[in-house]
Design a protein around this ligand. Structure first.
Ligand SMILES: Nc1nc2c([nH]c(=O)n2[C@H]2C[C@H](O)[C@@H](COP(=O)(O)OP(=O)(O)OP(=O)(O)O)O2)c(=O)[nH]1
Length: 321
């Protein structure tokens, strides 16, 4: 007999200081005593955000004023399969209270969670929440551009960029390997001095990866990998344009995908963007955090979140701050 399939809306209720609300499952419910994100089952005819708003009123007595879809994730338990639509909740009226007698705790998601044991399906979103919301991709292109780029990079790091990808296919085509490798070394050093991590694009030699803080797979390279290559060091990102690319990202146990391009962008002048509607569709099926790419800037971050993005990725606009 097939297992029951449950659809759930769950909220990452985030205070302005970044702390997150967790709740203990009350006595009398399955998994009582385990900690979770507040929320509950989606009823027939309800949208995810309607279900979330109702559940948070019933369980916490708060009125949600600002919530956006985030990652939708399916987990198989021994007795059922749960599809969790996680949403970021950043605005509400009222002070959360444990209406069903459940204990509540505000926690810093960037530190180990010590309040109690999390439900198995609640662990991934806490890990994903630690990803920064902006992902800067390098576009140096030529050895003579390196000093100017590093200056701009320092400014971007100062303005809060915490995740960078070294991706230089054009530069690697026209310059010697050692020259580009030296550029990578310098970018990495600036990132580390500025408190950021730097992933290496899979277009560059595998032997450089040990220095990087993780690998970012091109879509074609991700598709070509049958199984995750030996335990990945650091973060794993994957570029995606289609459902198949997102499936490859899941096979590689990626921490996130970069999906696009969404809007028109100078880096792909002849290709129209997929648009936000298609982006939202693909993001919903991704089962992992997705950065929107293509025409993205701080002005599009809020829009991207409305369509289910975790954050934005880009070259020019993110570098310009
Ligand atoms: N709310 C929530 N549910 C989670 C999380 N992680 C996780 O595996 N689940 C599972 C546990 C349950 O099987 C299911 C949620 O169902 P529930 O029993 O809380 O739903 P509900 O509040 O509508 O409860 P009820 O009225 O049916 O008693 O999702 C999480 O972080 N938050």
């Amino acid at each position: 007999m097939s297992k029951p399939f449950i659809e759930v809306a769950a909220g990452l209720i985030l205070r302005p200081d970044g702390w997150l609300l967790l709740a203990e499952r009350p006595a009398g419910k399955p998994w009582s005593g385990w900690w979770e994100l507040p929320g509950g089952k989606i009823e027939a005819g309800e949208t995810v955000l309607q279900a979330l708003t109702r559940e948070l009123k019933e369980e916490l007595d708060i009125d949600v004023t600002d919530a956006t879809p985030w990652v939708t994730y399916t987990h198989e338990y021994p007795k059922n399969i749960v599809r969790l639509a996680f949403c970021r909740v950043t605005g509400w009226n009222g002070e959360p209270a444990g209406i069903e007698g459940q204990r509540l705790a505000w926690v810093d998601p960037h530190k180990p969670i010590t309040v109690g044991t999390l439900l198995p399906a609640t662990e991934p979103p806490l890990r994903w929440l630690r990803l920064p919301d902006r992902y800067l991709i390098t576009s140096i292109g030529h050895t003579s551009n390196l000093p100017g780029f590093l200056e701009q990079l320092d400014n971007a790091l100062q303005s809060g960029i915490k995740l960078v990808q070294f991706r230089e296919p054009a530069w690697a085509n026209e310059a010697g390997l050692e020259e580009v490798k030296e550029g990578f070394r310098q970018v990495l050093q600036h990132c580390h001095d500025g408190g950021a991590r730097c992933l290496l694009n899979s277009v560059h030699p595998e032997s450089w990866r040990a220095q990087a803080d993780g690998v970012h797979w091109r879509a074609c390279d991700a598709q070509a990998q049958e199984t995750p290559p030996s335990p990945a060091k650091g973060l794993v990102g994957v570029s995606a344009h289609t459902s198949e690319d997102l499936a490859a990202a899941r096979r590689l146990n990626a921490d996130f995908a970069v999906l696009g391009h969404v809007l028109e962008t100078p880096s792909h002048p002849d290709q129209p963007g997929m648009g936000w509607a298609r982006f939202a569709q693909l993001a919903e099926e991704a089962s992992l955090p997705v950065f929107a790419i293509g025409g993205q800037s701080m002005q599009t971050l809020n829009a991207a979140r409305q369509y289910g993005a975790h954050g934005i990725a880009g070259m020019r606009y993110l570098l310009a701050g």
